[in-house]
Design a protein around this ligand. Structure first.
Ligand code: SOE
Length: 385
């Protein structure tokens, strides 16, 4: 099918994610030519005029603005992409929904469940296509893990274990706040590693293994005060630097999760392992072209962990890229997300995770933080259909 419909994108933000998404909009038509929608880089928005103009020039946006309200109100824009700090997600998403725009929102959906609920109501009331960029679902090896689990090969699941480890905030000299370091400012981010890193682990976990029913957590803030970039003064750090929780899944399995920015030497070590009665799976972001699989049903002379190189044309997404055996990487997960979003416009099937599904992840994050502060088990109220 020849590409016909143009989808004008309005991107809000010019940081790391804005670059990842812009790259995806540019690449998708070349690698998924069968989809009848083409994203057009229409307008980009950032508060700094100089920065937004430079971004528009570099990535090929036709227009730039410094007020997100102008972008949201522009009748030519079809889809609004929210790539700004978490405290701005709700206001922008609700304004965009009211204008009938499709919305692609960076993760986590919001800072809290209380903030996320009206966002879900707004997109559902407006009936606009919506999705949240939990990109790791679309690493081909993770999508393959989903296929293996859904095929029943693992049997009854006993354990789900996940880590997301980084080390970039160990220095006490690192300030909080401002454009680059809003993730350390509780007002902008809502939380620390729970909303930033564990949210990814929780999204993947519930997608693969179903709802999480209750949690018991502990958090730590190792550096209690940091200079704030806006006030210039030392201020209390309100985010969690590290978080560990265990939980029950609805299917009776036990979960164990850890995230930290204080694991010296680890840059983005996102791993998970699932142990079932018949087989187990293991995955590592830093070796993302592989999925490890152990099947107890194998003949004993060959039984052991298999390392599946997910690069063949009959494995998820791969037929859209190069030749079998060569690798793809991080940026492709965003291209896959855009491709699935555009396909969803053709089929009418929502592109997962929708705002509603991301709200369920938010419920687990809120329960984790509540459990850590109350030092008790907390029910999540997750509804995982
Ligand atoms: C934080 O360092 C971060 O960039 C997260 O915000 C992303 O969501 C994660 O994918 C990588 O780490």
């Amino acid at each position: 099918m020849s590409a016909t419909k143009q989808l004008n994108i309005g991107l809000i933000g010019t940081g790391f994610m804005a670059r990842a998404h812009s790259n995806a909009y540019k690449r998708v038509g070349d690698f998924f030519p069968e989809i009848g929608y083409r994203p057009i880089l229409h307008t980009v928005c950032s508060r700094s005029d100089e920065k937004v103009r430079a971004f528009a020039r570099q990535w090929g946006y036709k227009n730039s603005v410094t007020d997100w309200k102008l972008l949201v109100e522009d009748p030519d824009i079809d889809a609004v992409d929210i790539c700004v700090p978490n405290d701005l997600h709700a206001e922008i998403a609700m304004a965009a929904a009211a204008k009938g725009k499709m919305i692609l929102c960076e993760k986590p959906l919001a800072r809290t469940v209380a903030e996320a609920e009206p966002m879900v109501a707004a997109v559902e009331r407006a009936g606009v296509p919506n999705t949240v960029w939990y990109n790791y679902r679309r690493v081909p090896s993770v999508t393959l893990a989903k296929q293996v689990i859904d095929s029943g090969k693992l049997g009854r699941i006993f354990h789900y274990r996940a880590n997301f480890l980084q080390d970039w905030t160990i220095s006490p000299e690192l300030p909080q706040g401002g454009e680059a370091l809003w993730r350390l400012d509780v007002h902008s981010a809502g939380s620390g590693v729970t909303g930033d890193l564990l949210a990814h682990c929780i999204d993947t976990a519930m997608w693969l293994n179903g709802g999480i029913s209750d949690v018991s957590a502990m958090t730590e803030t190792f550096i209690k005060e940091r200079k704030h970039q806006e006030s210039g003064k030392m201020e209390t750090v309100g985010i969690d630097d590290a978080c560990i929780f265990h939980c029950h899944f609805d299917n009776g399995s036990l979960g164990l999760f850890e995230a930290t920015r204080y694991a010296r030497g680890q840059k983005a070590l996102y791993t998970f392992e699932i142990n079932g009665e018949k087989a187990s799976l293991r995955w590592d972001l830093q070796d993302q072209n592989r999925l490890e699989y152990f099947d107890h049903g194998d003949e004993s002379i060959v039984r052991g962990w298999r390392s599946i190189h997910v690069s063949d044309s009959d494995q998820p997404y791969i037929d859209h890229w190069w030749i079998p055996g060569v690798c793809i990487g991080y940026e492709h997960t965003f291209v896959h997300h855009v491709a699935d979003f555009l396909k969803s416009l053709e089929t009418g099937e929502p592109c997962q995770p929708t705002f509603r599904q991301a709200l369920e992840t938010q419920k687990v994050c809120d329960a984790v933080l509540e459990s850590a502060s109350s030092r008790s088990w907390v029910d999540t109220e997750v509804e995982w259909g």
